[in-house]
Design a binder for this molecule. Structure first.
Ligand code: SF4
Ligand code: SF4
Length: 479
């Protein structure tokens, strides 16, 4: 193993030195069939990440967690605060999806789809290698004094890192503030919206710090998913593993020459699998929490096996059972339970989403002077209806008179733009002589859209002899 390569130990992560200080990793670059496949996946995922904020479905941004308006748009489905049960169902379904994927295919997410791995290994590490050269050169330069060569390379690398981080940060913000807002803010003078500029700079700086400095520590120290492994994985789950039965007794040519009678395995102890590992571990030590299943060690080992005339697969996608010589089962009780729960959750979500009301109404008593006495013998109660239109087209919501009460509304039906809410003021006039005190006078408000009832509410009138404000029965409580 070349000097300078971090040696894994059993009692502390490879990124932490004996004194507790950060130990910088210099993973070697490599090529191989898994790397080629990962490059294709990375490109597709990056195209999706950068492209989705510009895609619109049903009049809404395809994926938008609209925090200012408390809405979530997901490929045409727009969830409002009133639909929070659907959001919880969606999260529960996603959690079950993670459970089943991890139980079946291990840390597929970490190695292939996690943004940290996709950007770190697919973009930042490649740029670093281009600008600063091979790991051994980088190590030497980092340990050496400042020189013009070191200054220009570091300046260029960190400048490019920050620019890419800013682009990633802006795109990430487009998922919570919409692509139009981000574009508008980016193109206008920063002095006009300093708070937005500060937010954008702060998020960019966070991404930059992660990719330029924090790096693999996000996976090995900060990310909770690695810890979940111990409960989500079992002996049948797919992992990247070293075939110790085939590889051991390991030894290089020197060791083999010195002990010609000793039986040796296929591992020639070249250390390449450790040199390429982005988390600095030695896969030969068995399943480890730090392994993100990135497949780099598979690609590093395959040419070695080819060179010494041994079959590929000393390090491969496998399972703990297969490494012990037993058979791996894809279908087992835990995957059946996860799959059944996932199907149930998806079905409940689909049914709930398809029966979701796209127009909703709620009525409250108007603030301030909720009751007035006008024209001498007449009482007027003032209410406000909040009209919600969750659809992608404008609608008109009408208030229909019932029970012989006289309503006054500024406009009936009341227009509500697509994906918006509107407030309808409702005045109910009642002759003083007909008024029933104590909350007994309760006209029924019925709201309709295109002739179909979408909500109703009983609204107790206030007047002489009605001390407290009786509660309004919400739409749908009484038919
Ligand atoms: S790359 Fe293969 S042969 Fe080399 S040390 Fe790793 S497991 Fe052994
Ligand atoms: S051990 Fe292999 S698969 Fe695991 S993180 Fe290191 S290089 Fe990637």
């Amino acid at each position: 193993m070349p000097s300078g390569v971090v040696q894994p130990t059993d009692d502390r992560p490879t990124t932490i030195s004996e004194s507790g200080a950060r130990q910088w990793l210099y993973p070697a670059s490599f090529e191989g069939k898994w790397q080629d496949r990962r490059t294709i996946v990375n490109v597709v995922l990056m195209l999706l990440f950068f492209g989705l904020p510009w895609l619109h479905v049903g009049g809404h941004q395809a994926v938008l967690l609209d925090l200012p308006h408390r809405k979530l748009a997901f490929f045409g489905l727009v969830l409002w605060p009133q639909d929070s049960y659907l959001l919880w169902l969606l999260l529960f379904t996603g959690l079950l999806g993670i459970f089943i994927i991890t139980a079946q295919w291990g840390r597929l997410w970490c190695g292939w789809a996690c943004p940290q791995t996709v950007f770190m290994e697919g973009v930042f590490r490649k740029i670093e290698n281009k600008i600063e050269g091979k790991p051994t050169k980088r190590m030497k330069r980092d340990d050496g004094p400042w020189s013009w060569d070191k200054i220009w390379r570091k300046t260029l690398k960190h400048g490019v890192f920050f620019l890419i981080s800013a682009h990633v940060a802006n795109t990430a913000l487009a998922y919570v503030a919409s692509s139009e807002v981000v574009l508008d803010m980016t193109l206008s003078d920063p002095r006009q919206h300093m708070s937005w500029f500060g937010l954008m700079f702060g998020v960019s700086a966070l991404f930059y710090l992660d990719f330029a400095w924090f790096r693999e520590q996000l996976c090995t120290i900060a990310c909770p998913y690695g810890r979940w492994q111990s409960v989500l994985l079992d002996d049948h789950s797919l992992i990247v593993g070293y075939d110790y039965r085939r590889g051991e007794n390991r030894g290089g040519s020197g060791k083999r020459r010195k002990a010609p009678d000793e039986p040796f395995g296929d591992c020639i102890d070249c250390g390449l699998c450790v040199q390429v590992c982005p988390t600095g571990i030695d896969i030969r030590n068995g399943l480890q929490m730090e392994c993100i299943n990135c497949t780099a060690c598979i690609d590093a080992c395959e040419p070695v096996m080819a060179k010494i005339g041994r079959p590929a697969g000393l390090i491969r996608y496998t399972s703990l059972l297969e490494l012990d010589g037993a058979e791996r089962k894809a279908v087992r009780p835990r995957t059946i339970v996860y799959a059944a729960l996932l199907v149930i959750a998806l079905t409940v979500f689909a049914v709930a989403a398809s029966h979701r009301k796209i127009t909703e109404v709620s009525v409250v008593r108007a603030q301030g002077q909720a009751v007035m006495q006008i024209d001498g013998p007449n009482l007027v109660n003032h209410f406000r209806a909040k009209l919600v239109n969750k659809s992608a087209k404008a609608v008109k919501i009408a208030l229909e008179p019932r029970d012989g009460y006289s309503f006054v509304v500024p406009l009936n039906p009341w227009p509500v733009p697509a994906g918006e809410t509107a407030t309808m003021d409702i005045f109910i006039r009642r002759k003083l002589v007909d008024f029933k005190p104590g909350g007994a006078d309760r006209p029924l408000l019925v709201f309709t859209h295109e002739g179909n009832e979408i909500g109703r509410a009983r609204v107790p009138l206030l007047g002489p002899g009605t001390a407290a404000k009786p509660p309004i029965q919400r739409a749908g409580d009484e038919r």
